[in-house]
Design a protein around this ligand. Sequence first.
Ligand SMILES: NC(=O)c1ccc[n+]([C@@H]2O[C@H](COP(=O)([O-])OP(=O)(O)OC[C@H]3O[C@@H](n4cnc5c(N)ncnc54)[C@H](OP(=O)(O)O)[C@@H]3O)[C@@H](O)[C@H]2O)c1
Length: 199
Amino acid sequence: MKILVIGAKGTLGSAVVEELKDIGEIIQASRTHADIKVDITSPESIQQMFEEVGEIDAIVCTAGAAHFGPVEKMTPELNRIAVESKLLGQINLVLLGLPYIRDNGSITLITGILMDDPIVNGASSAMANGGVRAFVSSAAIELPRGIRINSVSPNVLEESLEKYGPSFEGFKAVPAKDAALAFRKSVLGAQTGQSYTVY
Ligand SMILES: NC(=O)c1ccc[n+]([C@@H]2O[C@H](COP(=O)([O-])OP(=O)(O)OC[C@H]3O[C@@H](n4cnc5c(N)ncnc54)[C@H](OP(=O)(O)O)[C@@H]3O)[C@@H](O)[C@H]2O)c1
């Protein structure tokens, strides 16, 4: 199996790569330090990545940025960060990647707990998460050739507590390897249209 992991060197992505490495060949992609360079905010960059990578069995995305800040101070430009990266960036991976996915392949995208359990400053990220989840459940019923699509919504990761902990008081952090298991279920399982929560 040939698996393309976008965001592979990140906190979550590196745990996902570790979890999936026994399945087959993993191609790691991101803007820097990867097998293949891609910026998911650019459709041209995404297209170029797929042309370089060729046919694959699975697309896994653990990349997607958002601005964190108060709604009262959120400008349309700041909100666009999540729109262009976490929301459209991931959806464009689906739209542009479909022709490169082999029959019965899969796509797994990343969302996050903020869409279900809000925190202060998290509205823009929550917006993107909810949009990705809705797209996944709708797209699943019409993807061709047995291709499946799911998303994974982790709680704050234990590995990220130092960075994000103060924003997540009272949340039960999960190890990145637990979130990575949901990606394994999506890649190797039979389900489609799911949002796997790791809460
Ligand atoms: N950490 C958590 O507690 C947590 C919890 C729930 C959900 N999530 C979600 O999981 C995702 C990953 O989080 P993380 O903490 O693992 O982040 P991270 O450590 O910053 O890693 C992000 C990865 O994505 C790549 N990336 C970022 N922007 C990109 C772009 N425009 N195009 C291509 N690659 C890009 C980065 O590499 P380059 O910089 O080289 O591009 C890096 O490999 C995020 O969407 C986050 O919201 C995280």
